[in-house]
Write a protein that binds this ligand. Structure first.
Ligand code: URP
Ligand code: ZN
Ligand code: ZN
Length: 460
């Protein structure tokens, strides 16, 4: 059914004006004042509301076999939660174990999404092994529209790759024109420090951040930057959490390395004291890189405001507290790593970024969506509001208030890391390609309508 959004204040990464948006089908047909009301159209009165381009989360895990368990959301629950939070496109990490076949993994992940997702999606292809057969498989996967890779410089024995594999992955990426997203931590330092802490009887979740201090992450970034510089590959550092790692990325960019930087809503708002909470509650806050000393948060906000950090993602990785986080009750290295936040990212970023004056509205739109569209070859189909773009639109009430709680969230996980946190500003109507998926704050979307977004390599 055609959609008319009337009288909203349209805000993109670069423009701000009041107008109507007419979507005859899946794309934006016309933008203007006082557009006529065609018969049969769905009409949303956006007076007093912002209208943002649908937001993009560039780092999500839904199907994730990891640390001896499986993340809790799937595409049905995860896409619903994303949409309720204003995210209309997500990019999921395909994470095969290092013994798995890359093409088979691609097909497994594609099957998980097809017929289930209510929002649009695409993938980063995890390269967790590089042997003689890998290049042909990766060429095939890129040919199917997955034009970005994911590598891990951590999680030895699971997803992590060694230096020859890193070198050859980056060389292939450079040749194919795909960007390489990377988890940057020095895996040797992590393993040694974990062993030392356990030997000293430090088994609880509060030891996790001590096993992976800022220098461990900075060493990972430095390492990746050296390899990217020598191979000429474009890189994107996921979940950057601290000043030291940012300094390495900025230094590399000054040397001419093409590198994007992502931080997470968790790292912007939570600090390591959450992981130090007593009675094992800290396990809810165990993720990698870990939550940091609160002093790093100012640098991350400043990095976003000044353009040194480009995107805010979630790294959504939901593991139940009661049955999954407890796998590490006697050993913090066995706590499944991850903090869910797919539903809350945009509302928390608005509340703590825009409403506090840390970010202007355009920067908010950019870091929560537009830049991810640009970095990953989705722009201008996604990430902006203009005729011809997909009609992914978020009608946002800046005065609406809510309180985050596991009792009411749509994510399939038994806790919220932001339990009881108030938010100001909520996504009230959300459209995906011209069809409402959220109306007056309630999910009305269609599981299975979400589309895989094939991307061409070589856009950067
Ligand atoms: O702790 C995290 N980040 N869990 C998800 C896997 C990853 O490293 O991205
Ligand atoms: Zn990671
Ligand atoms: Zn991740």
């Amino acid at each position: 059914m055609p959609l008319l959004i009337k009288n909203g204040e349209i805000v993109t990464a670069s423009e701000r004006y009041v107008a109507d948006i007419w979507c005859a089908g899946e794309t934006i047909t016309q933008i203007g004042r006082d557009l006529p009301l065609p018969p049969g159209a769905t009409v949303v009165d956006a007076t007093g509301h912002y209208v943002f381009p649908g937001f993009i989360d560039p780092h999500v895990h839904l199907h994730l076999p990891f640390m001896g368990t499986l993340a809790k959301d799937n595409y049905t629950t995860g896409s619903r939660a994303a949409l309720l939070g204003g995210t209309t496109t997500l990019i999921e990490m395909i994470c095969p174990a290092c013994g798995d076949d890359a093409l088979a993994a691609y097909e497994l992940w594609a099957d998980q999404a097809a017929g289930r997702s209510a929002c649009d999606y695409t993938f980063h292809m995890g390269v967790t092994r590089f042997d003689a057969g890998t290049p042909a498989q990766l060429r095939e996967i890129v040919g199917r529209g997955v034009a970005s890779f994911k590598i891990f410089l951590a999680y030895q024995g699971a997803f992590g790759i060694n230096d020859p594999e890193l070198y050859h992955t980056l060389k292939l990426a450079r040749e194919l024109g795909v960007i390489v997203t990377a988890h940057c931590e020095n895996a040797t330092l992590v393993a040694e420090r974990q062993a030392e802490l356990l030997a000293a009887g430090r088994t609880g979740p509060g030891a996790h951040h001590e096993s992976r201090p800022p220098l461990v992450e900075a060493a990972g970034v430095h390492h990746l930057m050296t390899f990217a510089e020598l191979t000429g590959a474009a890189a994107y550092i996921v979940h950057l959490s601290c000043r030291e790692a940012l300094a390495e990325a900025v230094a590399a960019r000054l040397r001419g390395v093409r590198v994007g930087v992502e931080t997470l809503i968790q790292h912007l708002l939570l600090d390591q004291t959450y992981a130090e909470r007593p009675d094992f509650e800290g396990a809810k806050y165990v993720m990698s890189p870990p939550l940091r000393d609160a002093s790093h948060q100012a640098a991350l906000w400043q990095g976003l405001a000044s353009g040194l950090i480009h995107t805010v993602a979630t790294d959504h990785a939901p593991f139940d507290f009661q049955t999954q986080k407890t796998m590490g009750r006697d050993n913090f290295t066995r706590i499944p790593n991850g903090i869910p936040s797919l539903q809350e990212r945009v509302h928390l970023l608005y509340t703590h970024g825009v409403a506090t004056g840390r970010l202007d509205l355009h920067t908010f739109v950019k870091v929560a969506g537009t830049q991810a569209a640009r970095t990953f070859g989705l722009f201008p189909r996604k990430g902006t509001i203009q005729p011809g773009a997909d009609a992914d639109l978020v009608v946002f009430d800046p005065r609406a208030k809510g309180v985050i709680s596991a009792a009411t969230h749509a994510m399939n996980v038994d806790y919220s890391a932001f339990e009881g946190w108030p938010v100001t500003g909520l996504s009230r109507w959300v459209a995906v390609r011209g069809e409402l998926a959220v109306a007056a704050g309630r999910f009305v979307g269609t599981p299975g309508r979400g589309r895989f977004l094939a991307r061409e390599p070589g856009w950067f």
